[in-house]
Design a protein around this ligand. Structure first.
Ligand code: CS2
Ligand code: MG
Length: 420
């Protein structure tokens, strides 16, 4: 077939020349930062840049420093634009910078799919599975409440469940909703960082009950995960891993805050409980050491926090060399755009493990975000809409203005500042 004439390529470039970059901060139930990249032809793409509790930092960075550099560029040049924004900034990496690159990247993949008339998973290499297996969240003030919630999820067909429950004697344990109806409501009422107490001793003295009773009630087929949320030291995490070995977890998440990746070597030397980490990582460099040393089993980087589809694809390919599977973060502070981007990537990735799932949104956020995603029998199914299959209603978003909201801060019972 003859190569397209220069004029045809130019026509393409003209039609996909970026003419506008819009950054919208809205709060349909909780704050989100959305990027909309518009091309000469009118085709546009959307991306998620939400960094929970620092939304305005991201929005300003995008408006002031990223958007001007994109006008006039060819939206098809996803990789070149990624490299331009990553290397061209000089001050590389970091959560704010990488969330901006991520949102632009998602929007460009969305545009490319729309121009090609294909869903993004086809552009990545097609489906490697029929659907995306997820793990849902079961949480409660008591072990019994948590397991009742888990039972309801199992009845809905979920095959993997994250279990979190209150720590007896502590006010406000991580991952427990208390009197709030969902995570959105829980976060929306935080105009200043609430302070939550932590006691490793109280936690370690109670956590085994949750999994012993879960296995007794549900048997061995259900996969359970648990999120420690970076609160232990390496040797404490090693002990927790050994305590939980009889209950055969799918993975123990964020056992230790891992700026020092070598911490995971210590945990690994003591326990066979699978380990997962990565939701706050921003680049492959943050997790390179622990992947190549096989100190972890799942890497949980999120499209919004680790450079978009392009960033996640690089991490997935590297992780596959070391038997590490991807288990992308899927928290309520990622927008449906991120959930969709990850679902497309999960469908393609040969080393996909499991996707965190807390729902794609609520009745309010669904007024702003629409998406070609469904959940059935514990799996996400991605439609064949070209691009990411998501849309963002700017008019509806304007009805839900941003309102500052923080993540909590944690302190030990003696007042020492701790990881939340
Ligand atoms: C949690 C997150 O879902 C998880 O694994 O670690 O919900 C985390 O607490 C939030 O993303 C913080 O914004
Ligand atoms: Mg987590």
């Amino acid at each position: 077939m003859p190569a397209p004439s220069r004029s045809k390529i130019l026509t393409q470039e003209k039609s996909t020349t970026i003419t506008d970059v819009r950054v919208i901060v809205s709060s349909p139930g909780r704050n989100f930062v959305t990027v909309k990249i518009v091309t000469e032809s009118g085709i546009y793409g959307v991306g998620d840049a939400t960094v929970n509790g620092r939304e305005m930092a991201v929005a300003t960075y995008l408006k002031e420093h990223v958007a001007p550099c994109l006008i006039g560029r060819n939206a098809h040049q996803i990789e070149d634009i990624w490299q331009y924004l990553y290397k061209g900034v000089y001050w590389r990496k970091g959560p704010i910078n990488m969330a901006c690159i991520a949102a632009v990247d998602m929007a460009l993949w969305d545009i490319k799919g729309k121009v090609a008339g294909l869903p993004v998973y086809e552009l990545l290499g097609g489906k490697s599975r029929r659907g995306v297996t997820v793990y849902a969240h079961a949480t409660g003030d008591t072990v019994s409440d948590t397991l009742d919630r888990a039972g309801a999820l199992i009845d809905q067909g979920f095959k993997a469940i994250r279990l979190q429950t209150s720590v007896p004697g502590l006010e406000g344990s991580y991952g427990v909703l208390g009197d709030k109806k969902d995570y959105f409501e829980q976060q929306s009422s935080r105009p200043l960082p609430p302070e939550q107490p932590w006691s490793t001793r109280k936690y370690m003295n109670s956590i085994e009950d949750l999994f012993r009773e879960a296995r007794a009630r549900f048997g061995d087929d259900i996969a359970f995960t648990h999120d420690v949320h970076s609160r232990l030291t390496p040797i404490e995490a090693a002990r927790l891993g050994k305590i939980l070995e009889p209950y055969d977890l799918l993975f123990l998440e964020d056992a230790v805050a891992a700026e020092n990746q070598d911490s995971y070597r210590i945990i690994r030397e003591h326990t066979t409980t699978p380990l997962a980490i990565g939701e706050i990582y921003n680049t492959i460099w943050d997790c390179k050491e622990m992947i190549q040393n096989q100190w972890i089993d799942y890497i949980r980087t999120a499209a919004t926090h680790a450079g978009g589809i392009t960033g996640l694809r690089r991490i997935a390919e590297f992780a596959a060399l070391f038997h590490v599977r991807i288990a992308p973060h899927g928290a309520p502070d990622l927008s449906p755009i991120c959930h969709a981007a990850q679902a497309h990537l999960d469908l393609w990735a040969p080393n996909f493990g499991v996707q965190e799932y807390v729902g794609f949104g609520t009745e309010i956020s669904n007024q702003v975000f629409s998406y070609d995603l469904s959940i059935q029998d514990g799996m996400i199914f991605v439609g064949d809409t070209p691009g990411l299959g998501v849309d963002f209603n700017e008019e509806a978003a304007a009805d839900h203005p941003y309102k500052r909201s923080y993540l909590p801060v944690s302190r030990l019972e003696d007042g020492t500042l701790w990881s939340w």
